[in-house]
Design a protein around this ligand. Structure first.
Ligand code: MOS
Length: 739
């Protein structure tokens, strides 16, 4: 019955997106909309001594200037500000009091009849501060780091195995080094925006740029003490997010604050510069120590990550435990340390933890291979492990070996000359590098509702988001197959807090989760429909059981004899039904007795101009094993996009802090470099066939984040192979290469 699942269907929302019919949070219009603009702090630490808004208020068209002194009431306990994915600590409260926690903190909201007026008036607000000296340098504060234990860790920290320190000291060949990933900002195309519609009667409709409408809804109710039936949050489309929309950011609460203050609809769109004060990937030092026997057998794996967080929250992700899980190694040790700095709280960004930690691991493995004089791919084969080493569990499925094999073949790895600087073309040095990628195959509790109407149309709804990943499309495909309807007869509703339960869209868990909620709801729809179908007068299906029949082309059909069929419309008409509706949740079986991961092998070619040091990533092959691929076209785009971000991580992206002011200096996309079309050459994506009968009934593991993990290491390893220069601090820029 699968005619849609597994086929490269084009995006069902593609037309709406390219024609501009798809509306984003800042594009919903209502009469009487007021516009907000932020005043943000120019210091990183201290207090507001005085805010003078009189000049701003004198501008024609300005309605109000809200500060901590005159704002409407907000909750005064930490708990009310905790969202579903908040780390341990005390969440930042916008416009709450006079304290300044980071540079760029919103300190006033100017509301005006026009956006330009609001923005101009914001420039007239003057602020006196009591300044304190901010501390924002991770390296300088490294010795102040504290070690995270237990609950502080959002993902579990695996236990050490045996005595890794001793085993490392006794190893024939040892490699130990620090690898550094700087602060990176998500920079999604769509700016942070919220449009709050004042519905009257105490009701608010909030269009927000978010990855989790129900998370934002709960947060707003908590912060403003609103009843949940009075707040509806919508996000039908999101112009990229990459993790930046997982937590409620301050555009939504501030727009609500303005709406409550004025009893009027409000829009707040942040500027690109202001978005740098929201959230970011924390700069992290990854210390790797790997010991091996001279034949390449790993003896010890130690990984210590030291990452930055804010003073007020302890954000951390699993950087380290991939190291001991991935390769056969009897002794392993991990620790995760945090340094508190006067910065906003970091947040999830593009495979949080793995993108950074595996960069360290896979760079270190390359250096170890070199020290052992073993081909880097051969070292991965020699240390290959069929079980998760941390928990000593089998995988639900794991085709990593096939990723290596197919990736290497497609890339032509066997033609690689091992010595650095041994391959060239004209004045360019050629380098080939590889790395492994790994991510968790996560699945969460989701619910979906299907409403089938007698005209043969089904509406499928879930509160989840589509952050550009293709969720609308895969939901359509799954529903079409499960209901036996053509995709044109399916419509999807999502991104609305009033719809059935969904956590934030993150962790690459949405495809597996929402698909199973749909499959379960569709089962119930089919069961009810079948009962009606056998009751049709002189039913061709009479005498059959539910399992004897299947669905297709809007009909129930006997599996044995396709001439025996009852159209859904007939079944419903005879029963006098105009709709059949069922809502179900995922109800996943417990699979905690297995390790659940997706894997990849990345092969990269760089060409480095020997005179100028300019690096081009001319070829990338990414071979991914991620269970059943629902849609090879959207999945391919996901991996391609992730590889592009991996190239950005390796060569371009870096948010630089001026530690004197505790401020991001390159807070714009002119100076925060991201890959552009001219930086991207050939990217080949291979999906390795991976059947998984254990993880969930459809064998779906999810793609997205797996595409970035390992890419930066493969490129850094290729740069070394090309040049003989090892740059461990990302991004690899000309100045660091100095050929
Ligand atoms: Mo992802 S960084 O969980 O949006």
């Amino acid at each position: 019955m699968a005619t849609q699942i597994g086929t490269p269907v084009s995006r069902v929302d593609g037309h709406a997106k390219v024609t501009g019919a798809a509306k984003y949070a800042g594009e919903f219009n209502v009469p009487g909309l007021a516009y907000g603009a932020l005043v943000t702090s120019t210091i990183a630490k201290g207090r507001i001594a005085r805010i003078d808004a009189s000049k701003a208020l004198g501008v024609e068209g300005v309605i109000a200037v809200l500060t901590h002194e005159n704002r409407p009431k907000m909750a005064d306990d930490d708990r009310s500000y905790k969202d579903d994915v908040a780390p341990e600590g005390s969440p930042f409260r916008p416009l709450y009091n006079a304290n300044i926690l980071f540079s760029g903190q919103p300190i006033a909201l100017v509301l005006a009849e026009e956006w330009e007026i609001a923005r101009f008036a914001a420039s007239l607000v003057t602020v006196d501060y009591e300044r304190q000296t901010p501390v924002t340098d991770l390296y300088r504060e490294r010795n102040q780091a504290f070690t995270l234990e237990g609950d502080a860790f959002a993902m579990s920290l695996a236990k050490p195995r045996s005595d890794a320190r001793k085993a490392f000291a006794a190893s024939d060949v040892r490699h130990q080094a620090d690898y550094f990933i700087p602060v990176e900002h998500h920079n999604p195309m769509e700016l942070y925006a919220a449009t709050v519609i004042w519905e009257g009667g105490g009701k608010l409709t909030v269009y927000d740029k978010t990855q989790g409408v129900q998370n934002v809804q709960r947060y707003l109710c908590g912060v403003f003490g609103l009843k949940s039936e009075n707040v509806r949050v919508l996000s039908p489309f999101a112009g990229g997010a990459f993790g930046s929309g997982l937590r409620p950011e301050f555009e939504a609460p501030l727009a609500v604050l303005g709406a409550l203050a004025m009893k009027r609809s409000v829009r707040l769109v942040l500027t690109r510069q202001q978005m740098y004060a929201l959230c970011y990937r924390p700069a992290t030092i990854e210390n790797l120590a790997i010991g091996a026997k001279s034949d390449g057998t790993l003896e010890a794996m130690m990984h210590e990550a030291t990452a930055m967080t804010s003073r007020h929250e302890a954000f951390a992700r699993n950087d380290t435990t991939w190291s001991g899980a991935l390769y056969k190694c009897p002794n392993a040790k991990y620790s995760h340390k945090l340094v508190r700095l006067d910065l906003p709280t970091p947040c999830d960004m593009r495979a949080p933890g793995a993108a950074t930690g595996v960069y360290g691991l896979e760079s270190a493995m390359d250096e170890l291979a070199l020290a052992l004089d073993i081909d880097p791919l051969e070292l991965r084969y020699r240390s290959y492990c069929d079980r998760d080493q941390n928990e000593d569990l089998p995988f639900t499925s794991n085709e990593l070996r096939e990723c290596y094999r197919q990736g290497a073949k497609a890339f032509g790895w066997e033609k690689r000359k091992p010595e650095p600087r041994s391959m060239r073309e004209g004045k360019e040095l050629i380098g080939w590098g590889m790395a492994t990628g790994v991510w968790e195959a996560l699945q969460m509790e989701f619910a979906a509702r299907i409403t089938l109407t007698a005209n043969g149309h089904a509406e499928v709804s879930c509160a989840t988001s589509d952050i550009g990943t293709g969720t609308y499309t895969i939901m359509t495909q799954v529903a079409a197959d499960m209901l036996g309807l053509p995709p044109e007869s399916i419509s999807i509703k999502l991104g609305d807090s009033s719809l059935p339960h969904s956590p934030v869209e993150g962790g690459s868990w949405t495809a597996a989760s929402v698909s199973h909620a749909i499959a379960n709801a569709a089962h119930d729809v089919r069961a009810e429909l079948f009962d009606l179908a056998v009751k049709v007068p002189a039913s061709p299906l009479a005498g059959l059981t539910f399992d004897d029949a299947t669905v297709g082309e809007g009909m129930f059909v006997s599996k044995e004899d396709s001439s025996r069929a009852v159209p859904f419309a007939d079944a419903m008409r005879h029963a006098g039904r105009d709709r059949i509706e069922h809502e179900r949740s995922t109800d996943f079986k417990d699979v905690s007795n297995c390790a659940r991961n997706v894997h990849s092998a990345i092969f990269a070619e760089v060409k480095v101009d020997e005179e100028l040091g300019v690096i081009r990533v001319t070829r990338v092959v990414s071979a991914v094993a991620a269970g059943r691929i629902l849609n090879p076209k959207t999945a391919h785009s996901q991996i391609m996009g992730s590889v592009v971000w991996g190239i950005g991580m390796a060569l371009h992206e870096e948010s630089l802090i001026d530690h004197r002011f505790g401020r991001f200096m390159n807070a714009n996309i002119a100076e925060y470099h991201i890959p552009t079309n001219a930086d991207i050459y050939d990217i080949k994506v291979i999906f390795v066939d991976e059947r998984d009968a254990i993880i969930n009934p459809l064998g779906i593991k999810g793609v997205g984040e797996i595409g970035i993990v390992g890419v930066a290491a493969a490129i850094a390893n290729a740069v070394y192979h090309a040049t003989g220069k090892r740059v461990r601090d990302l991004p690899i820029t000309l100045d660091k290469l100095q050929l």
